[in-house]
Design a protein around this ligand. Structure first.
Ligand code: MN
Length: 517
């Protein structure tokens, strides 16, 4: 059998994905996502745009310092200060790449950059040459390539490869291309750029017309060997090409593409869930590969077929993408060892102290709820792991509410080993609870969105609350889980507060919090 060509997976969830309105993650979350990417087998992680802000600079540096197996990449405009910032933030990386870009379409050159073709060409070459002094691994992107004059595109690609670019990326920046045309563009580049075999051809597609995955695959069929994508397809506007769809298309139809990736597909659902949780971008139930219904057969004829022979209606196995089963896993008599073992199987590698904390939580959930499913365990662990040092923790909560009384809630929170108690009444137990929390932490948030869903079936199921809260000019999204919905709501709100405190401008607000007890 012919050996399959490798397609390099370049993930830009932390850069383009994070540019999606409202998707911003904090440093720790970005690092968690990067670790998940490394486990997933991503070849290159684009960790951010270092020159753009101190936050971006620091998180790229943090990822660079911690990631060992994947190459870490930073984005830069074709300017010295951008390249310098990228070089500095990527300094600790074991394997690093710089991604330099410059717009080349007529519309961008004229209106955005106000430069002519020769000036643009020189800028690109100068930038790549300058980057070459600090990097061996250089990617160049002619931004808006799909709308760039063909002859000019060939010329600039040849020039940047001569200057030292090792990957040339062809972005469909505005999601304008269609598959046959975009595939042809890749073929034309191969046939018209004389030194093209000295570089890898990469593609970067957007989903404005819902064609980002189709365009990326057409490019692979025509010789592109790197695909830029994001988990769950998040990104600017309608988003980027979805990694899970690209990877599973290449795998499921390897007979057609004759290509393979280094992705460990069993990790896909886990990473999808982490990204969804951290960004607050819910995955649609009918989303390919990772949607809740992606492997559910409803029609009787289909169910009958699948029971007799799975391949009648299934082109992929749910377990191949790490789709969670709902089999009974643990109960209240399960021990710490079984619990830890199950977590490991679900892909969590927790520190002993975190296992203890999560196990205590599991025991109390198992007491209230007879059957603890995989989804419950994931919710418990993710809920516990959000609690880090120097933040607020919910110790106790007592709620009184009814149809004929005003709700009263008492909460006990702790921070830095000190305990604070507050009682508040309100319009319903959640309003009362949030008011009590706010008066302890001395931060006032505006609740923009609140939703609750049950993690599994049954009246005793864990409820998972998601809140979107605005603190001054910052919006944060967080979750809390419990069999008690008031408690889950309190936790979600406290997690939001912890998140906002961890962002710099609020660090002082915490110190001024009330001293009570
Ligand atoms: Mn993009």
């Amino acid at each position: 059998m012919k050996k399959k060509d490798k397609v390099i997976i370049f993930d830009t969830t932390l850069r383009d994905g994070e540019q999606a309105p409202g998707a911003s993650m904090n440093e720790q979350q970005k690092l968690d996502v990067a670790f998940a990417m490394e486990r997933l087998g991503v070849d290159i992680i684009e960790a951010g745009f270092p020159v753009i802000s101190d936050g971006d600079f620091n998180s790229v540096k943090l990822v660079a310092r911690n990631i060992k197996k994947s190459t870490v990449c930073g984005l830069a405009r074709s300017m010295k200060k951008d390249i310098d910032a990228a070089a500095e933030s990527l300094e600790p990386a074991r394997q690093k790449r710089i991604h330099v870009f410059l717009a080349t379409s007529k519309i961008h050159m004229e209106h955005k950059l106000r430069k002519n073709m020769d000036e643009i060409l020189k800028m690109a070459v100068d930038a790549v040459k300058y980057a070459r002094k600090k990097f061996d691994n250089i990617e160049f992107s002619p931004e808006d390539a799909s709308r760039t004059d063909r002859e000019f595109l060939f010329r600039i690609l040849e020039a940047v490869i001569n200057a030292g670019a090792t990957t040339v990326n062809i972005p469909d920046t505005v999601g304008y291309s269609i598959p046959s045309e975009y595939g042809q563009l890749i073929m034309d580049i191969r046939n018209n750029v004389p030194n093209i075999n000295k570089a890898v051809i990469s593609v970067h597609c957007h989903d404005d017309l819902g064609l980002s995955v189709a365009n990326s695959l057409a490019a692979v069929k025509n010789g592109a060997r790197q695909v830029e994508c994001t988990i769950n397809g998040i990104g600017e506007r309608a988003g980027n090409a979805s990694m899970e769809e690209i990877v599973m298309s290449l795998k499921t139809r390897s007979d057609y593409y004759q290509c393979a990736t280094g992705i460990k597909t069993k990790e896909i659902c886990r990473v999808s869930r982490i990204v969804s949780k951290y960004t607050g971008f819910v995955v649609a139930p009918n989303k390919a590969i990772v949607g809740h219904n992606a492997f559910r057969h409803e029609a009787g004829i289909h169910q009958d077929g699948v029971l007799k022979e799975r391949s009648t209606y299934e082109i992929m196995k749910p377990e191949d993408v790490g789709f969670f089963g709902t089999g009974l896993v643990l109960g209240k008599h399960s021990g710490r060892h079984a619990f830890k073992d199950r977590l490991k199987k679900l892909g969590f590698a927790l520190k002993e102290a975190d296992v203890d904390q999560a196990f205590d939580r599991f025991k109390s959930v198992a007491d209230k709820k007879k059957q603890v499913f995989d989804e419950d365990l994931i919710a418990i662990v993710e809920d516990e792991v959000q609690i880090t040092e120097n933040t607020w923790t919910l110790d106790k909560l007592r709620a009184l509410s009814g149809t004929d009384i005003k709700s009263d809630v008492e909460v006990v929170l702790s921070s830095d080993g000190k305990s604070y108690t507050m009682k508040h009444s309100g319009d319903g137990p959640i309003d009362a609870c949030y008011k009590a929390i706010e008066s302890i932490v001395k931060l006032k948030g505006q609740l923009i969105d609140y939703s609750i869903h049950s993690v599994t079936k049954g009246k005793d199921a864990l409820g998972e609350v998601t809140v979107k809260v605005k603190f001054k000019d910052r919006i944060v999204i967080s979750q809390g889980a419990s069999t008690d919905i008031v408690e889950a709501s309190a936790k979600a709100y406290i997690h939001a507060i912890n998140k906002v405190i961890s962002l710099d401008s609020f660090s002082r607000a915490k110190k001024k919090s009330v001293k009570k007890e």
